[in-house]
Design a protein. Structure first.
Lengths: 391, 230
């Protein structure tokens, strides 16, 4: 198991939350429906994502941790053994993939009733407004949209005030604005309860925006073991696993994303842009005043928002033009569209001391690939508008 | 309306109310258990509970008479030890009514419990609800329409009972004579005016019951608007 570089966290920068004691110590085995073994420690404010394709037992593992499915081994939360305790007594808050919201009560009544069940209910009133639920409290769950129900479920789970938060696909189906709100609330909650979170998530750009570490599956003798990696390395390994897996027809070009570190160079608030430098090259993302000039900042690129060009395009609207070297090709479709995932590395990044020179992915259509005929080790330009890059 | 008829109405309402109340207290936990049970005995118990629905009331009354006759067996024991005589008494017709109305109370409740989502109990536990609080605060309110239906059907069915009560109660005015038996008496003695009165009353009551049942069903299907919640 690899050591975690906690300083690489993109997460919380609250100065009060800098110390990192262990929140949960998990040494869990569960056998339904597949044999799984999870052995990890989660520290305060650490957000860890389980990265695995659908149907590989993530929800079953969460159920076992939360106490609604059988498990053996050990599970300590803030030093207290949870295994053997019934689910309602465990110091674990769990938002399931399809939460049940008890339609016979309004959301406000449900919040009150759930608070009544706790010895010391956690005050969640601060989270109602950021989650956009202030005017929804009078409704019943069936009158809300899927995304609103998901946010209500998060609110309900938080009332327990438990330091270990399990989130099963809570960000799926939310629009960008609500996703940001949810991420903010999750981080604030962890800060308030000094807790840690385990998350199941399919969108790799969400993973990179939220998590500090990843758990990846590793199967030995029909038993699945989860291994922990820092988030950028984990996502890269997971993407490589997807590309090398036999079920490549299930992989979508839109799933692929890349992360690299760029130094914040300048802000252009009037243009709505922030400029970053990476290995002597410039790139631009939407203006973000929180990024301090001179700091290394993780940047995320979505593969299907980028393109390739053999030559630089100085007279074009593409503000991001990064010189790269092609390292691999994989046939990956997106919907019915035939395509190719091209793996590249930033040119001269190693010599220029780029922080963690990562592989980047760009997805192009089969038509473009056949016309351009890129070759391995050739130098190309990775092109994209500012919105292809997320700071 | 004669004093005897008023007495019959009072006994009928008392019998129906007590029988409904006792049935709800007994059947709610039993139906909850049976709905969640996966034991091999479940189909056997379900058949036994449904039996009064198809069994002729006289057959039920006959077995009841045999079982609780003060001359022998359980009836004798009840008489000697507890001083209770079930045959030809109000207690007797109460127990018999409960058995006869059992499927009308039990089946809607069992069906409602079975229709509750599978993940209800685990979802409630994850939110910190102890098992008995899950039942009290979540399960019972969620099956409220089924409780209303079960209570209405049980009450109405008891009011309309004839055969079982005649066999066990023996049509004793002021003790076991209910409206249906009083109506029978009036028809036999050609007192058609009194018979019309009681028959009309039963007709209006039955109409009201069916109407109420349908209204409750519509209430549960109606989507409540936010304004109604404010």
């Amino acid at each position: 198991m690899m050591a975690l570089n906690s300083d690489s966290s993109m997460g919380i920068s609250d100065p009060q939350c800098t110390s990192k004691p262990v929140v949960a110590h998990i040494e869990l085995n569960c056998s339904e429906p597949v044999t799984q073994q999870l052995d990890c420690q989660l520290k305060t404010l650490q957000i860890t994502v389980l990265l695995a394709p659908s149907g590989t037992g993530k929800s079953s593992l969460f159920n076992a941790i939360a106490g609604v499915a059988p498990a053996s081994g050990g599970l300590k939360v803030t030093g207290q053994q949870q295994l053997g305790m019934p689910a309602h007594k465990r110091r674990i808050a769990y938002v399931t993939q399809s939460p049940l919201l008890f339609d016979h009560l309004s959301i406000a009544a449900l919040l009150k009733l759930v608070a009544k069940q706790q010895a010391q209910p956690f005050d969640i009133s601060w989270a109602i407004d950021p989650l956009g639920l202030t005017d929804k409290l009078v409704y019943r769950a069936h009158q809300l949209s899927g995304g609103q129900r998901q946010r209500v479920a998060l609110l309900l789970a938080m009332i327990k005030g438990a330091p270990l938060l399990l989130l099963d696909e809570v960000l799926t189906g939310l629009d960008q604005l609500n996703k940001q709100a949810c991420i903010g609330v999750i981080k604030d909650y962890l800060c308030k309860v000094q807790g840690a979170a385990l998350l199941a998530c399919h969108q790799l750009d969400d993973v990179l925006a939220l998590a500090d570490s990843c758990l990846l599956q590793h199967t030995i003798n029909n038993s699945t073991q989860w291994q922990m990696f820092p988030v950028d390395e984990g996502v890269e390994r997971y993407q490589q696993q997807l590309l090398e897996s036999q079920s490549s027809e299930n992989i979508q070009g839109s799933q692929f994303t890349s992360m690299f570190y760029g130094q914040v160079h300048a802000h252009f608030p009037a243009l709505g842009l922030t400029e970053y430098h990476v290995g002597g090259q410039r790139c631009f993302a939407a203006y973000n005043s929180e990024h301090q000039i001179g700091r290394l900042q993780p940047l995320i690129l979505k593969a299907n928002r980028l393109g390739l060009s053999k030559i630089a395009l100085p007279e074009s609207s593409f503000v991001n033009q990064l010189k790269v070297r092609i390292t691999a090709f994989y046939p990956v479709n997106m919907g019915k569209e035939q395509g190719m995932l091209v793996k590249v590395r930033l040119a001269n990044s190693e010599q220029d001391g780029v922080h963690k020179p990562a592989s980047l992915h760009v997805w192009i259509t089969r038509l473009s690939f056949n016309q351009l005929q890129p070759k391995l080790d050739e130098t190309w330009y990775l092109i994209g508008k500012a919105d292809a890059l997320h700071g | 309306m004669s004093e005897g008829d008023l007495q019959a109405i009072f006994i009928t309402l008392k019998l129906a109310a007590l029988s409904t109340l006792a049935l709800l207290v007994i059947t709610i936990p039993c139906a909850y258990w049976l709905a969640r049970s996966k034991r091999a005995i479940k189909p056997f118990l379900e058949t036994l509970i449904t039996l009064p629905l198809v069994l002729p009331p006289t057959v039920l009354g006959y077995y009841f008479l045999v079982l609780f006759s003060p001359q022998q067996g359980i009836g004798l024991w009840l008489q000697n030890t507890l001083g209770i005589q079930l045959v030809f008494s109000f207690s007797g017709i109460l127990v018999a009514s409960m058995i006869y109305s059992l499927p009308f109370t039990f089946r809607p409740l069992q069906s409602a419990f079975e229709q509750l989502p599978d993940n209800l109990y685990s979802s409630a536990a994850l939110l910190g609800f102890k098992p008995w609080k899950q039942f009290l605060w979540l399960v019972l309110p969620m099956i409220k329409p089924a409780i209303y239906t079960a209570a209405t059907l049980s009450f109405a069915h008891t009011v309309g009972e004839f055969g079982v009560i005649l066999m066990i109660g023996g049509n004793i005015p002021g003790e076991t004579q209910v409206v249906s038996l009083a109506l029978f008496d009036h028809v036999e003695s050609f007192n058609l005016q009194a018979a019309n009165m009681l028959a009309g009353l039963m007709l209006v009551f039955s109409f009201a019951v069916v109407f109420a049942c349908q209204w409750w069903q519509r209430q549960t299907q109606r989507v409540s608007t936010p304004t109604s919640l404010l």
